[in-house]
Design a binder for this molecule. Structure first.
Ligand SMILES: C[S@@+](CC[C@H](N)C(=O)[O-])C[C@H]1O[C@@H](n2cnc3c(N)ncnc32)[C@H](O)[C@@H]1O
Length: 198
């Protein structure tokens, strides 16, 4: 089995650049989230929780899921150090049998580009949301300057919106939210936010 690259970088993941990028994403994301409500959020591919940890203040519960055990370890030590109590943390494989489903909202930030099968990943997530719930997707716009055998070089927003509609989501909207220098495999890139309702 190939080593999980995120296990290898987890302890060095929180660089100043990534912390600042997460802050800028949160600024754009926040107005679209159901703030002040008593909802549950699933942060899928949560990494070290750069987005999900600040969001714990705004949700009844945040469920953190990742397929890197070391990312989850780093996340858990941050949750403990900050005395945060309204969280659950689990591996992807434990999600189906857990009692956290269905969730109200899902956040998928900078994760879809790492998953080879886009359609089946979105279908999987669709099944985890309660009817009326929402999915928030943050990722890179298609970027021809980027080429990597294991990473999508971003996504075309229109193609992705059509895929979400085909899967069953409604009220699907998206827009570019950030333009960043040397952020995607060391190339300048833009990021979009897609919001979809089940
Ligand atoms: C670039 S990091 C983004 C972390 C976080 N969402 C953020 O925006 O700061 C990508 C994360 O997705 C996780 N990941 C990649 N493929 C995954 C999969 N198939 N299922 C769950 N997590 C996955 C990685 O382990 C990593 O923690």
């Amino acid at each position: 089995m190939e080593p999980n690259v995120f296990n290898q970088i987890a302890n060095q993941y929180d660089t100043e650049e990534r912390i600042q990028l997460a802050r800028r994403i949160l600024e754009k994301l926040n107005p679209t989230l159901s703030l002040g409500t008593k909802k549950t959020l699933l942060d899928f591919g949560c990494g070290t929780g750069l987005l999900g940890i600040p969001l714990t203040a705004q949700y009844k519960e945040v469920v953190f899921v990742d397929d890197s055990a070391v990312m989850l370890e780093v996340l858990q030590s941050k949750i403990k150090a900050n005395g945060i109590e309204n969280t659950k943390t689990m591996a992807v494989g434990d999600l189906a049998g857990s009692n956290v489903l269905p969730v109200d909202e899902i956040l998928l930030s900078l994760v879809l580009l790492h998953i080879p099968e886009t359609e089946s990943a979105i279908q999987f997530l669709y099944r985890l949301i309660r009817p009326g719930g929402k999915l928030f997707l943050v990722d890179f716009d298609k970027n021809e300057k980027v080429s990597h055998p294991k990473v999508h070089n971003g996504f075309d927003q229109k193609t992705l919106r059509e895929l979400f509609l085909k899967i069953g989501f409604r009220n699907v909207s998206s827009s570019t939210i950030l333009e960043e220098k040397k952020v995607f495999m060391n190339e300048d890139a833009s990021l979009f936010l897609l919001v979809a309702e089940k």
